[in-house]
Write a protein that binds this ligand. Structure first.
Ligand code: ZN
Length: 168
């Protein structure tokens, strides 16, 4: 079954380790039906703790839906987390080579394909040298966040946030 990795990249200034604020963070995605190729008109939320039963078989998934157009059943499921690869993996600053796509999470999609990700909600990151925890990071326009690190006496920011879905 096709797996897709959600990858993020950004320009980090004095911060690193970008992660969703909640371990049960709901991914807001745009999806496309793999049967009729219609893009679903609304953003769809996929939540790790959601367990939905598939119509056929005994499998469960984190998202089960029907295409509005061709009525085919589609589902999405997060990869089982392991100690080496937790469900959400931090996106680290890369000072040497600048912005670089890193995997945030991996999901298996059946009957649909992800085409877009919208970074809604609250995220966290850490001061690069100070270790200050910023736990109210929000990307208002989907791309930028700025704050001030009192401990380090420095401005901190995450700019040019971009995402992509890669076949995994
Ligand atoms: Zn369809």
């Amino acid at each position: 079954m096709p797996k897709f990795a959600l990858q993020l990249q950004a320009q980090f200034t004095n911060v690193t380790s970008l992660l969703p604020g909640d371990g049960d963070y709901t991914l807001m995605v745009k999806t496309k039906c793999t049967s009729c190729h219609e893009v679903h008109p609304k953003l769809i939320g996929i939540t790790p703790s959601d367990e939905k039963e598939l119509q056929k078989g005994r499998d469960t998934a984190n998202l089960v839906m029907k295409c509005n157009f061709c009525k085919k059943e589609a589902s999405a499921k997060f990869d089982e987390p392991t100690s080496k690869a937790p469900l959400y993996r931090p996106i680290e600053a890369n000072e040497d080579s600048g912005a670089e796509f890193q995997t945030l999470c991996v999901l298996e999609f059946r009957g649909l394909e992800p085409v877009e990700f919208v970074p809604q909600g609250t995220w966290t990151c850490k001061g690069l040298s100070s270790g200050t925890v910023f736990d109210a990071v929000e990307f208002d326009d989907g791309k930028e966040w700025m704050d001030y690190d009192e401990k380090a006496g420095d401005e901190v920011s995450i700019m040019e946030l971009e995402s992509r879905w890669q076949r995994a």
